[in-house]
Design a protein. Sequence first.
Length: 317
Amino acid sequence: MVDRPTLSEFRAAAKLLESIIVHTPLITYHGEEDEPQILLKPEIFQAVNSFKLRGVFNAVASLSPEEKNRGLSTVSAGNTAQALAWSARHFGISARSIMPDTAPLPKIEAVKAYGGIPVLKPMSEVFRFLQEHLWEQEPYSFIHPWINRQVMIGHGSLGLEIMDDAPDIDAVFIPVGGGGLLSGVGSAIKAVNSAVRIFAVEPEGCPALRSAVDHGQPITVECRTICDGVAVPYITDELFPLLNELIDDVILVSERSVRAAIRSMLLGNKMLSEPSGALALAAAQKMAPSQRGKSACLVTGGSISFELMLEILQEDI
């Protein structure tokens, strides 16, 4: 089991990240009608267009000079790879990322633009690399996107910002793929105020955490979803106990509601989200206002293809 980080660890990471990340604001959601009880946390404003820079940079910064000089490596659907490439460029070292060959082209091109090397493999090979710990056979310093404790601690800086900006928040909706974001943000928020409810959000087409909770242990599920950033078919044995301890519930949302959330944020808030980044808003909208209370929804990333954006805008949702 991964140990829950302490509040002092989260605060130290937030201090380290002050000059690197943007303290993103909490913005009132403007849908068909203004909903002052729903606040959007737009991590699309970060340098790499997603929250991933928080955890990845913190993890890279914690490496020794010798570990940095070996070069960096990770596994990613795209956003972690961008954050790793950005961080490597900052420190003047190399970075490569194993990515599924189905990754959206904008994410692949962004990794290259930041100076990283995308290594494209079939999805089955990507997850085999993680499950069989194949990084241990390589010379690079590997940054695990989910179970690296420094990644988790860096992500937790986002939770501290929410609690600083809205100490009266009732609930936070957090998308979950491998669980690195949920473990970090959830732990930080609970460390400040244990009464805040944490809702994990998954697409109906990839319910890895929901299935793990229902079965009492991680199981592998089939993933078919537009939300490529959270298309992870299992929760690791190392992380499941902590996630299960942190969450108040797991909310599943439909592809249709994700598309509607992307559209409404773009039209109402002029905020462009990728599908995974719209999960939290879709879940909050699914819940009655009296049940959710004042809520923060994490808009986790904005790497979406022009073609998909245009398709969603033209749909009659």
